[in-house]
Design a protein around this ligand. Structure first.
Ligand code: C2E
Ligand code: CA
Ligand code: CA
Length: 376
């Protein structure tokens, strides 16, 4: 078999090329003075040729080749680096279903390519109406009432499929696309509030996530104000979530922005609280309403005593500053009980509901209300 394969390989290459067997069923082909098109061409021919069944001692044998290609000097400067690169490309060819070739791509290159793809697709996402807002309920523990929801962005693209906001928001922030996305989110949330107001449902807050760009944008206040006025929505129903990082950048600037938003009657909360570097002395200068306890602490409340201690401390801190607390990422009854016992005000997480589209959210409100009536 090996001899058969060798002679097929030798028949395909030029006299200045060389084919050798590395060991086992692995062969190395060296193509000096070639480019990637030629290399791909040779790889295709190899795959075609090797895929033709072999007749050995009267039996027919078929094998499926996988080819990995590395290029000098981009993928390596010596034989070892080039071999390693070719090998990793070959494993990718195997993983992708065999019978094919793959070029070596470094992780960095792969990541940069993916980023570019996302950014290009994101550019037209608003016009193609690919963005949607989902809503996740927030519940007050003491009263058991649904007191709010968080608007979370969803993006589905025909080529890329569903892309998580955790992935595309940072890319949009880097490229500046975030400004038009943020603008869309804010207006879409307010438009949805208007729909709910029309149906007599709007007696809860809708929280929108603010990006750093948007927070530091001069037009933020006007944008919020215009949206609310246009739809006659009382400001108290709109909440803005900001992260610590975004606030601690420029304390004096932050105090000004927050003061102006607070004065308009908007609700403000600090998202992912505990994961950034909040300066406690500055915290009291911000006219905020709520701390959102990050889900990483909530997740391990029962398995990690440090996380339990952090959650308790955040609740105490909020109490002493006259702020409310909401825990995010609550997934179990046990977590809820711990939070209740320690005086956390509100909860949000899969235990109550995943983020859901607006029509489902309306159903949720109905079910939630009838459930409560049953319990009372
Ligand atoms: P975040 O603001 O911390 O949002 C909470 C994330 O936790 C959401 O992920 C939500 O779906 C998820 N989550 C909710 N409950 C649970 C739970 O019980 N368990 C677990 N494991 N996860 C839960 P999502 O929707 O993928 O959003 C990720 C992040 O993307 C958000 O984190 C936020 O930073 C950003 N983001 C989402 N929507 C927007 C937006 O409209 N504007 C901006 N600027 N950022 C957004
Ligand atoms: Ca959030
Ligand atoms: Ca969060």
């Amino acid at each position: 078999m090996l001899i058969e394969v060798s002679s097929r390989l030798n028949a395909l290459i030029r006299k200045e090329d060389s084919a050798s067997r590395l060991g086992g069923d692995e062969f190395v082909i060296l193509l000096p003075e070639t480019n990637s098109d030629n290399a791909a061409n040779v790889a295709n021919k190899i795959i075609e040729s090797i895929s033709v069944p072999f007749i050995l001692e009267g039996s027919e044998l078929s094998i499926t080749p996988s080819v990995g290609i590395s290029m000098y000097p981009t993928d390596g400067n010596d034989e070892q680096a080039l071999l390693q690169a070719a090998e990793s490309a070959m494993y990718r060819a195997k993983d992708s279903g065999r019978n094919q070739f793959q070029f070596y791509t470094s992780d960095l290159f792969e990541k940069a390519k993916r980023k570019l793809e996302i950014n290009n697709a994101l550019r037209g996402a608003i016009n193609r109406q690919e963005l949607k807002l989902y809503y996740q309920p927030q519940i007050e523990l003491l009263s058991g009432k649904l007191i709010g929801c968080e608007a979370l962005l969803r993006w589905e693209n025909s080529q890329l499929g569903k892309v998580s906001p955790a992935k595309f928001i940072p890319i949009a922030e880097e490229s500046g696309l975030i400004l038009s996305i943020d603008h869309w989110v804010l207006h879409e949330a307010i438009r949805q509030m208007d729909v709910w107001k029309g149906k007599g449902l709007l007696d809860f807050t809708v929280a929108v996530n603010l990006s750093a760009n948007q927070f530091h944008h001069q037009g933020l206040l006007a944008m919020v104000q215009n949206g609310l006025t246009q739809h006659s929505i009382p400001a108290k129903y709109l909440e803005l979530e900001m992260t610590e990082g975004l606030m601690m950048d420029d304390i004096d600037g932050t105090v000004k922005v927050i003061d102006s938003l607070h004065q308009k009657g908007l609700k403000l909360s600090i998202d992912d609280f505990g994961t950034g570097y909040s300066s406690l002395s500055y915290l009291k200068r911000f006219k905020i309403d709520k701390l959102k306890i990050d889900q990483s602490f909530v997740r391990d409340i029962h398995s990690d005593p440090d996380d339990a201690a952090i959650v308790k401390t955040i609740i105490k801190l909020a109490e002493s500053l006259g702020l409310k607390t909401i825990a995010e990422g609550v997934e179990t009854k046990d977590q809820e009980q711990f939070l209740r016992a320690n005086g956390c005000n509100e909860v949000q997480g899969y235990f109550y509901s995943q983020p859901i589209p607006p029509d489902k959210f309306e159903l949720y409100i109905e079910q939630f209300k009838s459930q409560k009536q049953l319990n009372n």
